[in-house]
Design a protein around this ligand. Structure first.
Ligand SMILES: [Zn+2]
Ligand SMILES: [Zn+2]
Length: 587
């Protein structure tokens, strides 16, 4: 906050000298032109491709469209740098004040520059930005933007050469999804939400793996639907698992309704048409604009009203400078104003820049993306089971609807306090199962990494994908590590599954034991294994089905202590060594 305040003051100070303290957001265009020259090698008038989007300074204005101000930004497709921006505001504090008094306002720096509706801001700003760029001796050949506005029509009507519109990948994906969901209404049984997600994924993959190659994109898109219906004539060996190895091929989704195939093909073939595939091929995305809008929202929070004064402009310009120059912009502004930048300012801005760079490189890695998907899956599973248990808690106007007692009471969690009863295990009523857990740490909320159990000769072993990092010391003891998001035992990848699935597998295995009831035996399980297992079972709401079969736990540690009082250590490893004369090993 301090950094921002200082900068705002400096910008204000410098404002009357140069444009926004000498930082001209238009610097992006030179870079973009330069890059385009090296690409096309043409003369002076260089065609550029730009992305355009508008952000509003009001929450939820995406649907309501009554924000009092909007900031339109134009970003170069090649450099990702801000070329130009403009803002429209319908409010001015000084004008409002004098209007309230019914008098004519004195001369002032008026911020009101828009008298129409908020909806019309976007096309207007878009057109003026394109005109600005054209004035600088540049040709805007392509514009990437969403399909929600009439901006492109306005631009085409005012600019005397052809301007192409490229599709935004994010929007294209959503639109495809909407079309598929419409088809799903007709074929509820044959076409699931998972199928739609998979088709969307394939579609995006087909485009992104052949960037700027419309012919290959068209070929691959037209192969998606036949491939899903197990017909691989048009498939390419680079991605079709069937062509790579027909014996091992297992389809991700299974579709077989012929009517469905016709409808799906009609949707996908639309994208294969030359006109449309050319729009998709450059993989245009307005993500950069969204990131800029976020920067603006950070500096001009949406729940505050800034557009009635010059405050908004200063804030937007700060965001623009940050977008193009990183956090160094504060130092640069200070220098331009003839102020020596503070030691801490320089240090902090460098630190922030470095941090951002690091985050950006991290976010691009496959590993990070995989981790994100895993986290989402775990979250979703927890959410689904949680919602079932809690009932309806949040829904539009839920409080007006008649409520029954069942709606407000939560299905209670099973009792968790351990009851220490003695039971006779020798009478044969209880099956004895020995179990052990490996965990990611010693903490109470640790992840279970491995569940193993044995009943007579029947062995159960299940590795669990961790959702948190594994403690270094835990890794040393268990030999379990995570590498490239896969769980490894002694450096070799093992098959693991999500916690919920693993626990279900364990419960399923327990239920298959012929005895009516069973007891779980574990070493030091009273203090360690049992609380952690029960904790995790409750997290996934599986405790009820677990306790259906399992009557209780027995800890073998006190038993060994009583039987072998002379031993120094009663750890499992030590016991195995002295009593069984064998080395202890995790399976
Ligand atoms: Zn005014
Ligand atoms: Zn295929």
């Amino acid at each position: 906050m301090v950094l921002q305040d200082v900068t705002r003051a400096t910008i204000k100070y410098k404002r009357y000298g140069g444009r926004y303290g000498g930082i001209d957001p238009g610097t992006g265009i030179e870079d973009d032109m330069h890059e385009n020259i090296s690409v096309s090698n043409s003369g002076d008038n260089v065609p550029v491709s730009v992305k355009y989007d508008m952000g509003w300074q009001k929450r939820g204005s995406g649907r309501k469209y009554n924000s009092k101000s909007g900031v339109g930004s134009m970003i170069g497709h090649l450099t990702g740098k801000l070329i130009d921006l403009d803002l429209r505001s319908t409010d001015c504090r000084i004008c409002s004040y004098w209007e309230g008094k019914g008098k004519e306002q004195p001369k002032h720096n008026c911020t009101r520059n828009w008298y129409g509706t908020s909806k019309a801001m976007e096309p207007d700003v878009g057109l003026s930005l394109v005109q600005n760029i054209e004035e600088k001796g540049c040709t805007v050949a392509n514009v990437i933007m969403d399909d929600d506005t009439t901006t492109i029509a306005r631009i085409r009507s005012q600019i005397d050469h052809e301007v192409d519109k490229w599709s935004d990948m994010g929007h294209t994906r959503v639109q495809l999804g909407n079309k598929l969901y419409k088809i799903k209404e007709k074929y509820k049984k044959d076409f699931t939400a998972d199928d739609i997600a998979h088709l969307q994924k394939c579609f995006m993959y087909a485009i992104q793996s052949h960037k700027n190659d419309p012919k290959s994109i068209a070929e691959n898109i037209s192969a998606i639907i036949p491939h899903s219906f197990n017909c691989h004539n048009q498939c390419n060996e680079s991605w079709c698992k069937y062509l790579q190895n027909p014996d091992k091929y297992r389809p991700t989704i299974k579709l077989n309704n012929p009517n469905l195939k016709v409808e799906l093909e009609s949707v996908f073939m639309k994208y294969v048409e030359e006109k449309n595939v050319n729009k998709l091929a450059p993989c245009g995305s307005t993500k950069d604009n969204e990131s800029f809008n976020n920067m603006v929202a950070h500096k001009a929070p949406k729940n505050k009203h800034f557009c009635a004064s010059e405050s908004l402009e200063s804030r937007v310009m700060c965001a623009a400078a940050q977008k193009n120059l990183n956090f160094d912009y504060i130092t640069q502004i200070n220098e331009e104003c003839g102020l020596s930048p503070g030691k801490h300012t320089t240090k902090t801005s460098k630190k922030l820049t470095r941090k951002r760079k690091l985050q950006n490189t991290l976010k691009g890695t496959t590993e990070f993306k995989r981790k994100k998907i895993l986290k989402l899956n775990v979250q979703r599973q927890k959410q689904v089971v949680g919602e079932v248990r809690e009932g309806v808690t949040y829904q539009t106007a839920v409080d007006i609807l008649p409520t029954s007692a069942a709606d407000i009471t939560m299905i209670s969690a099973p009792i968790t306090i351990p009851i220490l009863n003695s039971i006779n295990v020798d009478d044969g009523a209880y099956a004895r199962v020995f179990f052990d857990l490996e965990t990611s740490s010693l903490a109470m909320d640790c992840d279970i990494l491995q569940i193993s159990a044995i009943y007579n000769d029947n062995l159960f072993n299940q590795y669990v994908t961790p959702t948190k990092s594994i403690n270094k010391y835990a890794s040393e003891v268990t030999g379990l590590t995570v590498s490239h998001n896969f769980l490894c035992y002694n450096g070799h990848r093992v098959d693991s599954c999500l916690p919920q699935q693993a626990l279900q597998n364990f419960i399923f295995w327990l239920h298959n034991i012929p005895s009516h009831k069973l007891i779980l035996f574990g070493h030091n399980c009273r203090r360690f294994d049992m609380p952690r297992l029960v904790n995790t079972l409750q997290q996934y709401h599986l405790a009820a089905s677990f306790s259906e079969k399992v009557s209780g736990f027995t800890d073998t540690l006190p038993l060994f202590r009583a039987k072998f009082p002379d031993l120094k250590s009663h750890k499992q490893e030590q016991l195995a060594h002295t009593i069984l004369k064998s080395t202890y090993m995790c399976p």
